[in-house]
Design a protein around this ligand. Structure first.
Ligand SMILES: [Zn+2]
Length: 442
């Protein structure tokens, strides 16, 4: 390549190659700065050098500033004019050193995060499309693996870097205009006019993206634009210039590979999320989350495979009444009271003689209900527990089944009817004698 590759000597003062990564530049700067720091180095020359090293790092340490600096390498009055007859050297890939029709100046980003800290790094330089693609894969893979794990910038920077690399990296317009126009002159100097015209057209496409202030600052840009226009139009043969297959954009292999990788990652994450959602729902109904209930262990064997879903508690009051009402039926009140903090109760009132149920009802913890029942002799059975799984499973494997030992005798004596109040509350001196029963007896 012709021209001064390091117009201000920034690369050489840091002692790095032009293809150095941002990490290499940073490392070189630190070493130099330490060596030249005025506190350590009293040599009169050191201070001036120290300032120069800092200036170099201000430019080369910043991806955009470095790109701008690199762009200066490609303006050399003599070389940009093929009419002078001078040999123009081609621009080669900084990795494989091949000369291609589509070299690009590209900045690829990668991200590295540890909990609360996120670093951004990059690789920049002139790449052929193949080496560019490889660099993009490397930087994106590194970001996929190491970029996300920082709060809050990890995911934001990682997403930006991966998308940018996928779309061919950041390609500064001025650099690429300079490189491509140089390459167009090179092909023209070889008398490969068709290729020169195709490359010149790519160069002109970049020239349209150059920021106006950059263009105005530099009269040379306008001059090269004019030269490129001349190249694309003033051709002896009138056959159209070949259109170069875009090796960098959306149709490129690099783009396809990276978008396929992204689709795969999204797919894997989505299925992981689905699995974790279905897992997190399951334990809500699992037996192990049912709070222990009094007598549960005694009356019910361990049943860890129980996995019925819990359902909302029935309202306090009657669930079913199983007697036929006629005008002669005399009703007496049955009141059931539970304490706050007690279990919920599912109760059956059963005929003392026939053992057929007469009434099924429910009393929630801390509530009470009064139900009119026909006079007669009854047995009261009840199941208690916290979570309700419906009438088939009652309160699940932890259900406590009990009955009151004595008969409840509801009487009608002329105008007076006598009912019962049952307090399902543990109290000293309580007169409700109860026994545990098997679920099958319930
Ligand atoms: Zn290459």
């Amino acid at each position: 390549m012709a021209g001064n590759q390091d117009p201000c000597g920034y690369y050489s003062v840091l002692g790095v190659k032009k293809s150095a990564t941002s990490a290499e530049i940073k490392k070189a700067f630190k070493a130099k700065a330490q060596q030249l720091h005025p506190d350590k180095n009293r040599a009169p020359e050191a201070t001036r050098q120290f300032q120069f090293v800092n200036e170099a790092y201000r430019v080369l340490g910043d991806a955009e500033a470095r790109a701008e600096y690199d762009a200066q390498s490609y303006k050399t009055e003599d070389a940009t004019s093929p009419s002078t007859g001078r040999a123009v050297e081609a621009i080669a890939c900084s990795i494989c050193h091949k000369i291609s029709a589509q070299p690009r100046y590209v900045i690829y980003r990668h991200v590295f995060s540890v909990i609360f800290v996120t670093w951004r790094g990059g690789h920049q330089g002139i790449f052929c499309s193949k080496c560019g693609a490889k660099q993009a894969y490397k930087d994106s893979l590194r970001t996929w693996l190491l970029g996300w794990w920082g709060i809050p910038w990890g995911p934001i920077y990682s997403g930006q870097a991966i998308f940018s690399n996928m779309f061919g990296g950041k390609q500064p317009a001025l650099n690429n205009f300079r490189i491509l126009s140089w390459q167009a002159f090179y092909f023209a100097s070889l008398n490969r006019r068709d290729l020169a015209r195709a490359v010149a057209r790519d160069a002109l496409a970049f020239s349209e993206k150059i920021a106006p202030h950059e263009k105005d600052r530099d009269p040379e840009t306008a001059r090269i634009v004019a030269a490129m226009k001349a190249l694309t139009t003033s051709s002896n043969d009138l056959s159209p210039a070949p259109v170069l297959k875009n090796l960098w954009g959306v149709g490129s292999t690099a783009f396809k590979v990276q978008s396929a990788a992204m689709a795969l990652v999204v797919l894997v994450l989505a299925s992981l999320a689905l699995v974790s959602i279905s897992r997190s729902q399951a334990p809500k109904t699992a037996y192990k989350h049912v709070p222990p209930v009094e007598h549960a262990a005694a009356s019910v064997p361990q049943a860890p495979e129980f996995s019925e879903p819990a359902v909302p508690l029935p309202a306090t009051g009657k669930i079913r009444k199983l007697w036929r009402v006629d005008s002669r039926t005399v009703l007496a009140p049955l009141e059931v009271v539970t304490a706050v903090g007690s279990p919920n109760y599912y109760l059956k009132l059963v005929d003392w003689n026939t053992h057929s149920p007469l009434l099924v009802f429910f009393v929630r913890s801390g509530e009470k209900t009064t139900i009119e029942v026909p006079v007669g002799n009854y047995e009261l059975r009840y199941a208690a527990g916290e979570r309700w799984y419906g009438e088939e499973y009652l309160f699940g494997p932890g259900t406590a089944h009990r009955k009151a030992e004595d008969a409840f005798q509801f009487r009608a004596d002329g105008e007076r009817v006598s009912g019962f109040t049952v307090e399902l509350i543990k109290q000293s001196g309580g007169n409700l004698k109860e026994t545990d029963i098997e679920p099958s007896e319930f």
